[in-house]
Design a protein around this ligand. Structure first.
Ligand code: HEC
Length: 268
């Protein structure tokens, strides 16, 4: 009897402890309740979606949004979109090398004190599209495209919010809403007006795995990628959480067994 109580307590603790980090369904009516593979206690990143999402980031978003905390080699780490069991060291992963080769970074200063450009290496961080905040604002009508590194975690209901933002643009603002110059109507954005023009449109990219590039699909994929970028250690953390719970459970059984053994001959 006591044992089953103990089991129940441990299991409840496991579910509460591991579930705490997952996203609960949004109650905000403006957010779409899109489901993602990485939600919940057992959730992991859908690697195919994250790879497609990287393509979207690279071909569209990276023109305005930086992702400065992420190194190119991180894409090949355990739990990352391009992790390869045959090349667990991301620096040796041919896909990572090929991705690095697509970027140019500014390095230096050299002996003359000048900065110079060179092809990126896996250890480099993703280069930013603008030299500084002022340049970013000047190119975007005064609005600042936020860095992607932690964005999913920085916004409430991050995955659902960003998915909704990307799929809720409307060509015309409803009557009574006066759009400011250069603004776009998007009911998912606070205030309904956003400085970013719709970044996704049907068939914006051609997916190499044959997936149809609808706006919803691309939004889902890029959010999966951004969620990974915001929390690259999530899978490791969940796995560790379960190991600890299983360890504690076995430990509790052993403790119970020894308690029984010690008190076996004692008269009550
Ligand atoms: C032409 C430049 C440009 C491109 C390309 C672009 N964005 Fe943006 N983005 C912006 C700007 C500017 C803002 C800030 C808007 C504002 O504050 O009004 C922004 C804001 C955002 C936000 C933040 C909203 C918030 O809550 O602050 C998200 C999320 C976002 N963009 C996602 C994306 C994604 C995903 C892509 C690629 C599919 C993308 N953007 C492509 C310019 C761009």
């Amino acid at each position: 009897m006591r044992l089953s109580k103990l089991t129940a307590i441990l299991l409840t603790a496991a579910v509460l402890g591991l579930g705490a980090g997952s996203v609960s369904a949004s109650e905000d009516t403006e957010l779409k309740n899109e489901h993602f593979s990485f939600e919940g206690v057992f959730g992991t990143y859908d690697k195919a979606a994250a790879q497609r999402g990287f393509q979207i980031y690279q071909e569209s978003c990276s023109g305005c949004h930086s992702m400065s905390l992420v190194a190119i080699r991180n894409l090949g780490d355990l739990g990352a979109p391009f992790y390869d069991e045959e090349h667990p060291n991301a620096n040796e992963n041919p896909v990572i090398k090929a991705i690095a080769a697509m970027f140019t970074v500014t390095d230096g200063p050299d002996r003359e004190g000048d900065m110079f450009e060179r092809p990126a290496k896996p250890f480099d961080h993703f280069p930013s599209p603008f030299a500084n905040e002022q340049a970013a604002r000047a190119s975007n009508g005064g609005a600042l495209p936020p860095d992607f590194s932690l964005l999913v975690r920085a916004r409430e209901h991050g995955p659902q919010y960003i998915y909704s933002l990307l799929t809720s643009y409307e060509d015309e603002a409803p009557e009574g809403v006066e759009l400011r110059d250069g603004m776009n109507y998007n009911p998912a954005f606070k205030g309904g007006q956003i400085g970013m023009s719709p970044p996704l449109f049907e068939d914006l990219v051609e997916y190499s795995d044959g997936t149809k590039a609808s706006v919803e699909q691309m939004a889902h994929d890029v959010v999966t990628f951004m969620a990974w970028a915001s929390d690259p250690k999530m899978e490791e953390r969940k796995r560790m959480g379960w190991m600890v719970m299983i360890y504690l459970f076995i430990f509790a059984l052993l403790m119970y067994g020894s308690y029984k053994a010690v008190w076996r001959d004692v008269e009550h």
